[in-house]
Design a protein around this ligand. Structure first.
Ligand SMILES: Nc1ncnc2c1ncn2[C@@H]1O[C@H](COP(=O)(O)OP(=O)(O)OP(=O)(O)O)[C@@H](O)[C@H]1O
Ligand SMILES: [Mg+2]
Length: 482
């Protein structure tokens, strides 16, 4: 139940089967009787004062039976305008007694403060607290009551209701804060786990690549050797065949020739002669591809390297393209235009690889998305590198759907994504920007139109002092041109 807290809640309900008592409550709480007494007291202790202590504008409702009182409490609570305090008589024949009334009231409104008004003969302390427990919302006032006590109770308990309500509101606010902080923490933990997972996958990949590398090398050497041998043996076989034909013409060594014929037939010599060279060539192509992938895996997963070292970024781009092939090959062509004489660039290789990977994957997704609307749309991702002054510049244009103006400012925000729950975490560009800007002192920019998007990554070639570089980077390379 929400109740606005601007005004103190001075709503009181009195529940008593003696009609005249309700008037007493009103008279006392309305300020008449006690004020006279208090005025006398005040005068005695403090002299004349204009303030009338404990006088409040109570809003007093009454019920003459327990059940009727309970209904009033219930509907007041449900309509968001609850009572702060109830004075409840103990014996109210023929209906509910005070115990039952209070028990029912608290089921609906657990915040209401209650004073049980009881004559000495009504019930014992143990009976009261045995039935209702000893909740801190319950006080007992013995009849006949003293007007000052009644007024003090009203004042103290309405104030207590207010404080409890505020404390609960504050508690709810703190709980919400704690819940949010816990959720944020869980998210960060999940990110950390993901990063650790990526790192261990990187290490695993590097290990596997290393293991595959050695056998790959001797398979490559031996297939090369076999291929050359086939090329050498084929002309010799041709001469043997000529010799066999000449022997046949002369009817020389018929037994030997018949054995040769049998074997030629059995092994299908003509087919072998035709197929062996191309089988060897295909095996060589295959094994070259395997070693490319192995090298790419080794280059891509430089586990743990956190320092800037001179890196051939063209090679990194090629490796990443190989590694990410599965991500783009179904929807797009990937074209490279790398400036071959690009110098070694100060770089954290695996971080740069991750940047390229994220951007290739984003481009492939954008093309895929555009193809949903227009299946004939061209799917092309191009990666170029270029030396521009003191900067190595990589551009990645794609023919995807483009980035709408309204979200252009947000794409680098952590967790910003336009993709479905299991398709994107919105981290790719946030990680890319942090890697390029914070760790390399570079810049990342994005140009986009409905025809496609271009990401532009600039890495400084001079890294004398990273902080200076970051200042320069923040200002941008200025006259850099395409
Ligand atoms: N090349 C692009 N073309 C069109 N939109 C893009 C492109 N790259 C990024 N975006 C937009 O920027 C958003 C954020 O990209 P980001 O890489 O940070 O996260 P994601 O790709 O959604 O998820 P994640 O990379 O974590 O899997 C994307 O959801 C997409 O809307
Ligand atoms: Mg992404």
């Amino acid at each position: 139940m929400a109740r606005e807290l601007e005004r103190p809640n001075l709503r009181i309900i009195t529940i008593d089967d003696t009609r005249a008592i309700h008037d007493d409550y009103r008279r006392v709480l309305g300020g008449e009787e006690v004020d006279d007494v208090l005025d006398d007291l005040e005068k005695e202790f403090f002299g004349e004062t204009e303030e009338k202590a404990l006088s409040e504008n109570y809003e007093i409702d009454s019920a003459e039976q327990g059940e009727a009182g309970f209904e009033m409490v219930k509907s007041a609570y449900e309509s968001g305008n609850p009572y702060a305090l109830a004075f409840v008589d103990m014996r109210m024949p023929p209906g509910w007694d005070g115990f039952k009334t209070i028990q029912q009231m608290w089921k609906y409104d657990p915040e209401i403060q209650v004073v049980i008004c009881t004559a000495y003969s009504d019930s014992s302390w143990s009976e009261i607290f045995g039935t209702l427990g000893q909740p801190d919302r319950l006080l007992v006032l013995k009849k006949p009551f003293d007007p000052i006590e009644l007024k003090q109770l009203a004042s103290a308990l309405t104030a207590k209701w207010e404080l409890t309500r505020r404390a609960n509101t504050e508690n709810d606010r703190l709980n919400a804060l704690v819940t949010k902080a816990t959720d944020d923490l869980k998210e960060v933990q999940a990110q950390n786990l993901q990063t650790q997972e990526l790192e261990s996958i990187g290490r695993l990949a590097a290990g596997v690549a290393h293991e595959i590398n050695t056998p790959t090398q001797y398979v490559t050497d031996n297939i090369g050797y076999l291929s050359e041998s086939i090329d050498g043996i084929l002309p010799l076989i041709a001469q043997y065949q000529n010799l066999a034909a000449a022997a046949k013409a002369e009817n020389f060594a018929p037994d030997l020739r018949s054995k040769i014929d049998d074997i030629e037939e059995e092994i299908d010599l003509e087919f072998l002669i035709e197929e062996m060279p191309s089988a060897a060539a295909q095996a060589i192509t295959g094994i070259k591809r395997i070693s490319q992938i192995v090298t790419a895996m080794q280059e891509f997963s430089h586990p743990g390297q956190k320092e800037l070292t001179p890196v051939n970024i063209n090679r990194m781009i090629e490796s990443t393209m190989t590694i990410a092939r599965n991500e783009w090959k179904y929807g797009a062509e990937l074209e490279l235009a790398l400036q071959e004489d690009l110098l070694l660039v100060p770089c954290i290789a695996d971080e740069f690889g991750q940047v390229v990977l994220n951007m290739i994957v984003n481009a492939a997704h954008a093309i895929e998305e555009a193809r949903v609307e227009d299946p004939d749309r061209e799917g092309l991702i191009r990666i170029s590198t270029k030396l521009e002054g003191d900067w190595a510049v990589m551009r990645i244009p794609d023919t995807g759907a483009g980035i709408p103006d309204e979200i252009r400012d947000k794409i680098f925000d952590p967790f910003f994504t336009t993709k479905g729950v299991n398709e994107g975490t919105g981290q790719g560009l946030a990680i890319a920007r942090s890697a390029v800007v914070d760790k390399h002192g570079g810049t990342v920019d994005c140009e986009s139109s409905p025809a496609g998007t271009t990401f532009i990554v600039r890495l400084p070639l001079v890294v004398a002092a990273v902080s200076e570089e970051q200042d320069v980077a923040a200002a941008g390379p200025g006259d850099a041109s395409d």
